[in-house]
Design a binder for this molecule. Structure first.
Ligand code: BYC
Ligand code: FE
Ligand code: FE
Length: 473
């Protein structure tokens, strides 16, 4: 394993793949199936166009990226693990704390690890499928390029999980690798595993919200898996996290630019009703936040989870930044405060910390989301406009866990089902809202030009100007 990536082979890697003929053959036989999947269920158009993409050339913290125009099917998907931090790396939580990390899968944890890796792997191609049609309505070339960059990297994240399955799970692993290409986002027979990955991403506001909120679940899940005692999983996830940062950046700046444009239109036309001027109004942005935040919250699982407790105790999946937490890292006698339903309202309750692993990660996630929302609100305030975007109460619009199906307002009030149903169209995008957003989605392909509903980005990609030819059409 080296920092530099070998590009001389069909599958670029830093794992010395050519020395393991069996694994190399397994991956090489999966490769054409992957390309097939990419061509039939990846980006719908522009597969033959040159896109200004970033490719990993090293797993070093600095200078790992190389930028060039490439056609997407020629993108070098490969297998990159972060370098080992120490020769004598130790497990840092759970029952096995202090023991050396594993380079093989212990028999007793095989099923659980496989399940975690498959669940993680399943989300990656799912998101590519969800975003398949977006290029057709890209608001600019730089946005189209960002979409494709996210797509090829999610494809690579699938490779990362498929590598683990094939290298460490034998025949079962090879079967799971096939299944990852057979399940399909939104399919009624063979859907993707987790709820959010079967939703539609029909327009660019949804895309930015998805990359802000749902890719951020990716950040927190990957960070937890990066703590794993199973070291190949930990190091795969560490490198994936470096790519994840860009996806969330695309989401945060995308929403920020929609907000900026909304504010400009409000000021120019001296009205809140900017739909007539082709802008996306702030209340509609709020509705999109409600939707994408809540389906992403569900991705953390139930508030109390014995699955999560077992993963932690076994050392398979840790907490966010586990080694920075000041405690014994075993949690056997610890408590954690969890929000519960209580007489028509909510209150906090101490529960065994081991059972609350999912909830704790969701807490970390919500804090991170709020920081982004604060930065969006600063744009509104800087424009002199009196409006505040908010994250809804965590019991609002949930489908997983204690609050699933509970009629709760975004402010956190439990209301009657009738009132909830009557008011839902004020809180979540309606068909009419979606149609309106869809009506704005018109492709803009002239370099340096942007659709009317979104402000240009402040900076281009890799220090290129915003009118650079990011996609050669
Ligand atoms: N939808 O005990 P619980 C990313 C099921 S995103 C459907 O709480 P657990 C990316 C659950 O399976 C990161 N079902 O579950 C982002 C369980 O079923 P069983 C993805 C759900 O296992 C953007 C039952 O409910 N990575 O990378 O503790 C673009 C009880 O739940 C859902 C991972 O998720 C749901 N939302 O927690 C591209 C990491 N939630 O056992 C990529 C790996 C729960 O009763 N996965 N269920 O049949 C995990 O760590 C865990 O599977 C979960 C669930 C945290 C997801
Ligand atoms: Fe990913
Ligand atoms: Fe991502």
């Amino acid at each position: 394993m080296t920092a530099n990536i070998n590009y001389d082979e069909l599958i670029p890697n830093n794992i010395n793949l050519s020395s393991d003929r069996r694994l190399q053959r397994a991956l090489e036989s999966w490769h054409p199936k992957y390309i097939n999947w990419w061509k039939s269920r990846g980006p719908d158009i522009y597969q033959d166009k040159e896109i200004y993409l970033r490719t990993a050339i090293s797993v070093d913290k600095k200078g790992w990226a190389h930028f060039d125009h490439v056609k997407m099917p020629d993108y070098r998907w490969g297998i990159f693990l972060a370098e080992s931090t120490a020769d004598d790396k130790k497990i840092n939580f759970g029952d096995h704390i202090g023991e050396p990390v594993w380079n093989e899968v212990p028999g007793e944890h095989r099923g659980a690890l496989r399940r975690l890796i498959v669940t993680q792997g399943d989300t990656e191609p799912a998101s590519v499928e969800q975003q398949r049609l977006l290029a057709m309505t890209a608001p600019s070339l730089v946005d189209m390029r960002n979409l494709f960059q996210v797509n090829v990297e999610e494809g690579r994240h699938l490779w990362a999980m498929v590598y683990l399955l094939m290298a460490y799970f034998g025949r079962d692993g090879r079967e799971e690798a096939e299944e990852l290409l057979l399940r399909s986002s939104g399919d009624s027979d063979k859907p993707r595993i987790l709820g959010a990955f079967n939703e539609k991403t029909p327009d660019w506001l949804s895309f930015y919200m998805f990359t802000f909120f749902t890719d951020r679940d990716g950040k927190y899940q990957l960070a937890s898996l990066a703590e794993s005692a199973f070291d190949p999983l930990a190091r795969s996830c560490q490198f994936m996290l470096t790519e994840e940062a860009h996806h969330m950046y695309v989401g945060e700046t995308g929403v920020a630019r929609v907000i900026q444009r909304a504010c400009e239109l409000m000021k120019t036309h001296d009205t809140d009703d900017i739909r007539q001027h082709g802008g996306i109004d702030l209340p509609l942005i709020q509705k999109y936040i409600h939707f994408h935040f809540t389906v992403s919250e569900d991705l953390f699982g139930a508030e109390k989870s014995t699955n999560a407790a077992n993963y932690f105790t076994a050392g398979l999946k840790g907490r966010y930044l586990e080694s920075r937490i000041q405690d014994g890292h075993k949690l056997v006698d610890d408590a954690y405060s969890v929000i519960k339903r209580n007489n028509g309202g909510f209150s906090n309750e101490e529960v065994p910390a081991l059972d609350a692993i999912n909830e704790r990660l969701r807490d970390d996630y919500i804090v991170d989301c709020q920081r982004g929302v604060d930065r969006w609100n600063k744009i509104i305030a800087d424009n002199g406009i009196n409006f505040t975007l908010k994250l809804p109460h965590r019991a609002f619009h949930r489908a997983i866990g204690d609050f699933a199906g509970l009629p709760v307002s975004p402010e956190g009030k439990i209301i009657s089902q009738e009132e909830y149903d009557a008011r839902l169209s004020n809180w979540l995008p309606t068909d009419k809202d979606n149609e309106f957003v869809a009506s704005l989605m018109m492709q803009v392909t002239e370099p340096g030009k942007f659709a009317n509903w979104i402000a240009p980005p402040r900076v281009g990609i890799n220090n290129q100007p915003t009118d650079f030819e990011y996609v050669k059409l």
